[in-house]
Design a protein around this ligand. Sequence first.
Ligand SMILES: [Zn+2]
Length: 397
Amino acid sequence: MSPLVDLLARLVALPTVSADSNLACVDLLADRLDAAGARITRHFSENGAKANLLARFGPDEPGGLMLAGHTDVVPTAGQRWSTDPFRLAETRSPSGEPALRGRGACDMKGFIAGAVIAAEALRATDLARPLTLCFTHDEEVGGVGARRLMDELSHAGVPLPETALVGEPTALKIVRWHKGHLQLRVRLRGVGGHSSRPREGVNAIKHAGRVLAYFERLERALASRRSFEGVFRDYPHPVLNVGLISGGAAINMIAEQCEIALGYRLMPEEEPAAFVREVRAFLDAEILPAMRREHPGAGVELIAGNCAPAMATPAGTPLEAAIRASTGDADAEAADFTTEGACYSRAGIVSLVCGPGSIEQAHQPDEHITRDQLERGLRLIDGVIRRLCARPDRAAG
Ligand SMILES: [Zn+2]
């Protein structure tokens, strides 16, 4: 087994589902990188159950390259897997290529393993500029770990890297733009009672139905708010998804409450507050008065939650040139999903997304990465380090 596959197997064996601790994974990575000569810092979450990990190589100064990945994976509950998702297994891709199956193999422990193996191959004297490996917690639940880390570092005045390669699975295509993701909740508060006496209550589920109909109309309207055409190929417009609904207590009771949760994928340069205002205006004009007519105690609330920002990185950055030189790829693409790259960009770190594996595999049952992508990912990382961090006399080859 190659060192790369061996490390990937060890990482997959640690079930770092976002809801659970990632400390065993952070310890494994920290031990390896410490042994390779890195300066290690752990940045713990509030309750100490999780940590972001930074490992720095080379000169102790600002600038240089950051290789960024998230340690957490999405749950496997409710999915049908052919083998234990937390045991790396040999498999074949649908096109028959040799591949490795396991939760996180593609999103994104394959990249993390490549970053560690590449760093282990370095000698401190090889580096003219700093190399930082940054592995976060809680990416899959709204980029929480990366945001925390950037807040912490900027408050502490820690000098930041100049540029970041975020290794989310893009099949090694360069992603310069991606959408953001705003989480919203609509909470309807009705008035409960016995279902035999409907005039004495306000059914929150009934009013929620009108809110859902509004979101359906809005979803259609969004398809015509086009921007970045030719950049975002399939969906050059914001996208809305009602993902969760809960409400009521019993079949023979007037539903006292109902909550709808939705995600809004915003375009680069779009202001999330504008969408919040639009939804709030509808609720205030259409839903609230109707509920209050039935009972003055009823109401509706709009709660704006986490917002993962969109990303738009200018063309022609040194990182882009270094990736191109390593992969031979010409075009930059846009992604419909969000990444930590937007958070790093906001902190002033010029970020691009490019990593091994297909996004179509991410979050799926029987998630896999082809051996070819895994190995090409390592070569990309190697090449980018050499081009952006190495001493000129070591940069060749
Ligand atoms: Zn990911």
